[in-house]
Design a protein around this ligand. Structure first.
Ligand SMILES: [Zn+2]
Ligand SMILES: [Zn+2]
Length: 741
C-alpha cells in the first residue's frame, strides 16, 4: 500500500516516481480516443485517477495504449490524483470494454464508465470495508476480562466463544464499534481471516432422462471455450440443469456468472439459488439495486468473495478472477440488448468473454434466437435438447386456433373463448388472458384474400400513416398512397392489423362480473414488491383471471393455470419489423407454456384471422425447429440477419427533414468507401417522433462482418464533422446488430 503524501495544498496519493511518465487516460465524455497526461506517479492501466479536463476535474481511468508522438511535456496536463484504495481494474475487464467499444463503435471512455458501478465512476477513492471478523489476540486471551463496564464484559465473553463480525458484535452491544476499535489499538483483538466455508448443496430433485443426458454432456466437455445451446421446451427444467452444472464449477473453486432477462430476475429465482448453495456468497446485479449495494456486490465478485453473480445485462462486465462458467438464461430475450448509449448485446459480449477466457458458456431457451440456431447449424455451438417436461405427469398444452373471420365476436371475444373462460370460472380454475399490445406499427391487410401491404423494393411491410394517407417503408424509404380497395382481389375491406386491443380488458369485467380479475402490465408492476403481492394473491387462490401483456409471457410459474387465451396476436405476423414473427412465436410459446405446468392438462386458445399461417401451425404442433428453419430460409432469401450483418445509422433532430438531410449528405460522402456494404435509406424510423424529436435512419448491410466493421470504423469522425455543420440540434448514433428497426 502506498503512503500518503501531502502536495501543494491537496492530498495526493500514489507511488511517487522521479521524473514523469506519460499515461493514456479515458474520461466519461462522448469523445473518441484516449487523452495523454503526464504523471509524477507510477500509473498502471486500470487505475482510477483524477485529471484536469478543460476547466473541470474529472474521474478518469488509465488505459493501455501508446501515447502519440510529437507532443512536448509543456502541451500536456498532469494527473492530479491516483486512487489506490482498490487495485487497478483487471486486464480482462479492460479487454472486454475495449472490445465492446470497438465492436459497437462507441467511445472507449463512456463504454468503460458504463461497465463500472456508479460508485467507481466518481472522482473519489473507494476503500473497501474490512469485513474480516474480530477475534481475541494472544495478548487478549492472556488478559483479564474488563471488569467495570457491562457492555465491555458481554462483548469480551462473546469473543471468548469465537470470532465475531462487526454486525454480530453490534448485536451484543450497540457500542461494539467503538469498543472493538479501542481493543484493536491496544492489541487485545485482531482481524481473523475466516476460512472460506466448504461448498454446501441443498437438496436437488432427481433429473429426468433428458436433463441427465444434458448434464452428462456438459460435464464430459474437456474444458476450454465451448458454447452450448440448452434448448428445452417450456417447463422442461433448464434451471435445474444449470444448478447441477454450476455445483461442479463451485466444487472446483470457480466462479459462475448467470445472466437473466430483467423480468426474470425475481426473488423466487434468487431464493432458489440460495437454497441450493446455502454457504455460497451470491452477488445480485441489476440496475434497480441501491448504489451502495451494487458497488459492494461488484467488489465481492471482483475480489473473489462472491462465487456466483446473477444479474441482468449489465453484469456481463463484472470482473471475476476465477470465472469458470457463464450461463445466459432465455438467451433470445430482447432485454439483453441495450437500446441507448452503448448499444451492446450482453449475450454476444458473454460469448466473446467466454471465448477469450477459454470457458464453457450455456445459452438456454425454449425458443432460441435465429442467430443462435444458425450458429448451431454451422457447427459453432453444440445443442442439447430437453423435450419432455420436468414433472412426470405434466404434458405440453393443447393449442387450438379460433378463426375470427367466421366466429361471432362479443366485444372482441369469440364464443369458444368465452365458453372456455366460463367453464374455468365455474371449476374455480385460474385462466390467463394474454393481450398482445406491443407497439407494432400498423400494416394494412385484406381480410378476404390475405393480401398485406409489402414494399416493392425490399422484403418488408409498408406501414400505414393514417394522417397523411400514406404507406411507407421504414427500411428503404419507399412511399405510396393508401389504396381504396385490395390491390389483389378488389375487396373494399382492408384494415390495419392488430386493432382494438384496448377495450378487451374492461369487456372481460362486463362478461364475467363475478370473476376476480388481476391485471399485470408495466403500470401494475412498477411498485416495489408488486410481484410478491401478485404471487401471494395467485398462490392464495384469490385470482380467477390474470389479464396482461407481454410481461406475463416470461418464466413465471403461476401454478394451476389450466387455460391460456391469446387475443390479437396477428399484428406480429405481418409487421414492418422483420423480427416481429420471431418474437411473436417466442412470446406465444412462452405464454402457452404457462398452461398445464403442474398436473392439470392445459389448454391454449388463440384467436386469429390467419389460422393457416405457418407460425400458428407450428405453434399448434409445438414445432419450433420447423418454424425456425422456415424463418431462416426466409431471412436468407430476403438477405436479412443472420444471413447478413446489419448496422443502423440513426439521426434525430427537431424536424425529420433535418435528420433526413444529414443522412442523405453523409450517404453521398461515404458511398465510395462502402465497398461491399449495401446502404438503404434514409427512411423515417418506425417510431418517427420520440420525446419531441424526429428520427430517421440508414440501414447498412454486408454479408461479411469484418467488411462491415471496416466501413463503420471510418464513420464516426466523418459523422462528427458533418454534425458540427448542423449544430447542436442534430444527434447521430450507430446501432450494431440492431434488434429494433
Ligand atoms: Zn384482397
Ligand atoms: Zn422498402
Amino acid at each position: 500500500m502506498a503512503q500518503s503524501l501531502v502536495g501543494a495544498g491537496f492530498a495526493v496519493k500514489g507511488k511517487f516516481t522521479v521524473g514523469s511518465q506519460r499515461v493514456q487516460v479515458v474520461v466519461d465524455l462522448p469523445l473518441f480516443g484516449a487523452f495523454t497526461y503526464l504523471s509524477h506517479f507510477d500509473v498502471i492501466p486500470g487505475q482510477r485517477v483524477t485529471v484536469p479536463f478543460g476547466k473541470r476535474q474529472l474521474c478518469g481511468v488509465a488505459v493501455t495504449g501508446i501515447p502519440p508522438e510529437g507532443l512536448s511535456d509543456s502541451q500536456l496536463k498532469t494527473i492530479d490524483q491516483v486512487f489506490d484504495g482498490l487495485p487497478p481494474l483487471p486486464a480482462d475487464f479492460l479487454a472486454l470494454t475495449e472490445f465492446a467499444a470497438a465492436y459497437y463503435h462507441y467511445p472507449l471512455g463512456p463504454t468503460l464508465f458504463t461497465a463500472l458501478p456508479t460508485g467507481l465512476r466518481e472522482a473519489r477513492d473507494i476503500t473497501p470495508v474490512d469485513e474480516r471478523p474480530f477475534g481475541l489476540s494472544e495478548l487478549g486471551q492472556a488478559s483479564q476480562p474488563p471488569a467495570r463496564q457491562r457492555a465491555r464484559l458481554a462483548l469480551w465473553q462473546a469473543l471468548c466463544d469465537g470470532p465475531l463480525t462487526q454486525a454480530q458484535a453490534r448485536l451484543v452491544t450497540p457500542q461494539a464499534g467503538k469498543i472493538l476499535a479501542d481493543w484493536l489499538a491496544e492489541g487485545l483483538v485482531l482481524r481473523v481471516t475466516a476460512e472460506k466455508p466448504a461448498l454446501q448443496l441443498g437438496s436437488a430433485p432427481q433429473l429426468n432422462a433428458d436433463q441427465q443426458a444434458a448434464l452428462d454432456a456438459l460435464l464430459a466437455q474437456p474444458g476450454g471455450f465451448q458454447p452450448w445451446l440448452l434448448h428445452g421446451i417450456t417447463g422442461s427444467g433448464k434451471t435445474e440443469v444449470y444448478l447441477q452444472r454450476i455445483a461442479h464449477s463451485l466444487a472446483a473453486g470457480q466462479q459462475v456468472l448467470v445472466l437473466v432477462p430483467e423480468i426474470n430476475l425475481t426473488p423466487q429465482l434468487v431464493e432458489r439459488f440460495i437454497q441450493r448453495f446455502p454457504a455460497t456468497r451470491i452477488a445480485v446485479q441489476h440496475s434497480q439495486l441501491a448504489e451502495g449495494e451494487r458497488l459492494r456486490n461488484w467488489l465481492d465478485a471482483w475480489q473473489g468473495r462472491a462465487d456466483i453473480v446473477i444479474g441482468t445485462r449489465l453484469s456481463v462486465f463484472t470482473p471475476m478472477p476465477r470465472l469458470g462458467l457463464i450461463v445466459v438464461d432465455e438467451e433470445h430475450d430482447g432485454s439483453f440488448k441495450q437500446q441507448d448509449g452503448l448499444r451492446y448485446h450482453a449475450r454476444d459480449l458473454a460469448i466473446w468473454r467466454a471465448h477469450r477466457a477459454g470457458l464453457p458458456i450455456i445459452l438456454g431457451s425454449a425458443t432460441p434466437s435465429l442467430e443462435t440456431v444458425a450458429n448451431v447449424e454451422a457447427g459453432r455451438y453444440r445443442q442439447l435438447k430437453l423435450s419432455q417436461r420436468a414433472h412426470g405427469a405434466a404434458r405440453l398444452p393443447q393449442v387450438r386456433l379460433v378463426d375470427t373471420r367466421r366466429a361471432k365476436l362479443t366485444e372482441g371475444l369469440s364464443d369458444p373463448v368465452i365458453k372456455a373462460l366460463a367453464a374455468r370460472l365455474e371449476r374455480r380454475e385460474m385462466s390467463l388472458v394474454f393481450i398482445n399490445r406491443r407497439g407494432f406499427a400498423p400494416v394494412l391487410a385484406c381480410s378476404d384474400c390475405g393480401w398485406t401491404s409489402g414494399c416493392p423494393r425490399c422484403s418488408t411491410r409498408l406501414v400505414l400513416h393514417l394522417l397523411e394517407r400514406k404507406l411507407r417503408c421504414h427500411h428503404c424509404g419507399w412511399e405510396e398512397a393508401v389504396p381504396h380497395a385490395c390491390p389483389e382481389c378488389g375487396a373494399p375491406d382492408i384494415k390495419p392489423l392488430g386493432e382494438g386491443t384496448q377495450r378487451l380488458e374492461s369487456a372481460l369485467g362486463r362478461l364475467f362480473p363475478t370473476a376476480r380479475i388481476l391485471r399485470i402490465d408495466r403500470d401494475t408492476t412498477q411498485r416495489k414488491q408488486a410481484w410478491e403481492e401478485i404471487y401471494r394473491q395467485v398462490h392464495a387462490g384469490e385470482v380467477d383471471m390474470l389479464v396482461g401483456t407481454q410481461m406475463l409471457a416470461k418464466g413465471h410459474d403461476f401454478g394451476t393455470l389450466s387455460l391460456v387465451t391469446v387475443l390479437n396476436a396477428d399484428g406480429g405476423l405481418y409487421s414492418a419489423d422483420y423480427r416481429a414473427s420471431e418474437r411473436l412465436f417466442a412470446q406465444l410459446t412462452q405464454v402457452a407454456g404457462r398452461a398445464g405446468r403442474a398436473d392439470a392438462p392445459g389448454e391454449v386458445l388463440v384467436q386469429t384471422q390467419w389460422p393457416d399461417h405457418p407460425l400458428y401451425q407450428a405453434l399448434v404442433a409445438h414445432d419450433f425447429d420447423g418454424f425456425a428453419a422456415s424463418l431462416l430460409q426466409e431471412r436468407r432469401q430476403a438477405a436479412f440477419p443472420p444471413s447478413v450483418h446489419q448496422a443502423l445509422l440513426r439521426a434525430d433532430a427537431t424536424e425529420l427533414a433535418q435528420a433526413t438531410a444529414f443522412l442523405t449528405q453523409i450517404r453521398s460522402q461515404v458511398q465510395n468507401l462502402a465497398a461491399g456494404v449495401l446502404i438503404s435509406g434514409p427512411a423515417p424510423a418506425l417510431m418517427v417522433r420520440l420525446a419531441n424529436r424526429e428520427r430517421a435512419q440508414l440501414v447498412l448491410e454486408c454479408a461479411n462482418r469484418q467488411q462491415l466493421h471496416q466501413f463503420l470504423d471510418q464513420l464516426p469522425p466523418l459523422l462528427d464533422q458533418l454534425a458540427r455543420q448542423y449544430g447542436r440540434g442534430l444527434r447521430w448514433s450507430l446501432d450494431v446488430d440492431p434488434q429494433e428497426m
